[in-house]
Design a protein. Structure first.
Lengths: 350, 283
């Protein structure tokens, strides 16, 4: 399968209705489009919460692509986002380049850094934990760098993006639609990868890396590809976040702010699932908002929620709820949604 | 230079002790305890409260270590049960998430009850001269305690029946079960030991610098890095890695600058992982 295209014989196993694979994304897109009109377009506060949720959904989709599908624990989501954001900030503030140049450059650098780390990890055949600690070390070193290089980053006081369009910084709903479009775009890319030869390779190497390698899947190449694409998503989201907020500071991209949240989101939504990260981001936006007034108890409750969720719903909350629903509704009435061939599903269930 | 290296070794012994508690738990079934640093903070707060309540320092320290050990045992008996029922592949993530949640809960409780809490144990007296280098009394005590505990641990794992049993579970859980060792009992004891070590780290740390409620997460991260560099599951490796990283940290702080020293430290850790992907003493 290294050659790129899916062999015809495997192709037959993919459900005929490929178009249906995109139905969930379409539904999510419509919701993203319509919800503000009927609900919060007039409330600046709620809109800013929604922007925040979508930005985290963007990070989570990228992380899901790296960890959920190819099992590389990248604990540097915040750092990659920071590369995108600070790339944007530094290029537009210090080099007076147009803001989109900064965003593109930041995205490319983030993708390159993510790809490099994946290459190193693959080369040295680091396991999940070791990749995690390596990227964690990078994460912390990046934070130190942000604090240390004051003339470039503004240190702990942060940096205002002078070139950020006033129209976007002031116009929250514009930011909302920008992030909405980006997240939907990410989901489309994610699905496209899933139904192409990438999807098969990802599934194979997540199940059993050695077996996949023996079956001719170029594990290293697919891993690095996933890391590059996922890191680009994270970097782009970070750059756009800097653009829409107009101000960045190191804590915005700190490990405990971004990575912990993203890990919780992806695990909550179900590893490797399409809509999981988006659903989780929305749910946790509500949870966060509900906990705003609990003050000092906030952290305690947040932790308790994480524990309860992971004790009760080990495969991701949407999946578990879906399984419960399916138990009560006969199988054929659920409809022929896009799904894996029966043989694969049975194997995964066991 | 001699002073810097000696300082680094003392700092590194602390790192090493921190790493041991993390590495042992990981060795027994592949779970990283992200609440580890919070155990240390918990112990610190208990000690601080006990001292302010009029208890002698030594007794308070023992009480704090016991509290952290109890927390470790409770963690094993409650949240870790479903984790160990999972297959090895799923354990990692579930273990990470549950201990992460627990870390939030402990930190939440501590910041709620005692937001400004912290522990400083000051030991007075003139600096002691070691190899011609004056070292603060607190640091000497911390280093001596750490060294003693390190030796006891090494002897325990090398020479006692129970210690060998623990190592056999680290090597091969099924094999250990076949020769009559109960992995779950071993795990409970090791979780308790790990908690006690976290508590001890809190005590020795606070002899040189204050340990505050918000410091738990950093302790966890350092423990993680030290244990990975040393080779997961290896006690001697954790100490060696701790001392190496301590020297690297001190030397770079002295000669390059303090904010760079963190980057150098992390870079050294990353480099070790890359050169020896299984850690210094990994198998």
């Amino acid at each position: 399968m290294t050659g790129g295209r899916l062999p015809a014989r495997l192709g037959n196993l993919v459900p005929v209705a490929r178009g249906r694979a995109f139905l969930p994304i379409l539904a999510a897109g419509v919701l993203v489009l319509v919800v503000p009109q009927v609900w919060f377009a007039d409330s600046e506060y709620t809109t800013s919460l929604a922007v925040q949720a979508l930005a985290f959904a963007g990070y989570a989709v990228g992380f899901n692509l790296i960890f959920g599908t190819t099992n590389q624990l990248f604990l540097c989501v915040g750092a990659l986002a920071g590369i995108g954001a600070y790339g944007t900030g530094i290029l537009s503030n210090h080099a007076s380049l147009p803001i989109w140049v900064g965003i593109v450059a930041g995205t490319i650098v983030a993708a390159a850094v993510g790809g490099l780390m994946s290459w190193v990890a693959v080369r040295r055949s680091l396991g999940v934990i070791f990749t995690g600690v390596l990227t964690l070390a990078f994460s912390f070193a990046f934070q130190d760098l942000l604090f240390g290089q004051q003339h470039l980053t503004g240190g702990s006081t942060g940096q205002t993006l002078t070139a950020a369009a006033a129209s976007l910084a002031d116009n929250q709903i514009g930011g909302y639609y920008l992030f909405g479009a980006v997240v939907i775009g990410f989901l489309i890319i994610f699905r496209l990868l899933q139904i192409s030869h990438f999807g098969w390779a990802f599934r194979a190497l997540r199940d059993d890396e050695l077996a996949a390698e023996l079956a001719g899947v170029n594990v290293a190449r697919y891993r690095i590809c996933a890391a590059v694409i996922g890191s680009a998503m994270i970097g782009l989201t970070g750059g756009l976040y800097a653009y829409s907020e107009g101000f960045i500071s190191p804590p915005t991209f700190a490990f405990d702010q971004v990575d912990v949240t993203v890990l919780v989101l992806v695990a909550f939504g179900g590893l490797g699932t399409l809509l999981g990260p988006l659903i989780a981001a929305v749910v946790f936006a509500f949870v966060d908002n509900a906990l705003v007034n609990s003050g000092q108890l906030r952290e305690l409750i947040y932790g308790a929620i994480i524990v309860v969720i992971f004790l009760g719903f080990r495969r991701g909350v949407p999946q578990t709820l879906g399984a419960i629903v399916r138990r009560f509704i006969p199988h054929d009435k659920v409809g022929t949604r896009w799904r894996l061939p029966l043989s694969v599903r049975q194997r995964e269930r066991s | 230079m001699k002073a810097v290296i000696l300082d680094g070794i003392i700092l590194g012994l602390g790192f090493g002790l921190l790493g041991v508690g993390m590495t042992l738990v990981y060795g027994l079934g592949g779970v990283l305890n992200l609440a580890y640093g919070e155990f240390a903070v918990l112990a610190a707060i208990v000690v601080a409260q006990a001292i302010s309540g009029g208890m002698p320092t030594v007794l308070a320290a023992v009480l704090g270590i016991l509290a952290a050990a109890t927390a470790g045992v409770l963690l094993d008996l409650s949240l870790m049960r479903p984790v160990y029922r999972q297959s090895t592949g799923h354990r990692v993530l579930l273990g990470l998430m549950l201990t992460l949640g627990l870390a939030f809960v402990i930190e939440g409780v501590l910041t709620w009850r005692d937001p400004l809490g912290g522990l400083t144990i000051s030991i007075g007296g003139k600096p002691i001269s070691i190899l011609g280098v004056p070292i603060a009394v607190g640091s000497v005590w911390a280093a001596l305690i750490t060294l003693a505990v390190g030796v006891v641990l090494l002897v325990f794992f090398a020479a006692t029946t129970f210690g060998r049993g623990v190592r056999s579970v680290i090597q091969d859980e099924l094999g250990a079960r076949l020769v009559g060792i109960s992995p779950s009992l071993v795990r409970t004891v090791i979780f308790g030991l790990s908690g006690a070590l976290a508590g001890l780290v809190a005590v020795t740390q606070s002899m040189t610098s204050p340990l505050t409620v918000s410091g738990g997460f950093n302790l966890t991260v350092y423990a993680l890095i030290v244990s990975v560099v040393g080779g997961l599951g290896s006690v001697a490796g954790a100490f060696l890695a701790g001392i190496l990283l301590g020297i690297v940290d001190d030397v770079s702080a002295r000669y390059i600058g303090s904010y760079i020293s963190d980057i150098v430290l992390l870079g050294a850790a990353a480099l070790t992982i890359l050169v020896r992907p299984r850690g210094l003493f990994g198998s």
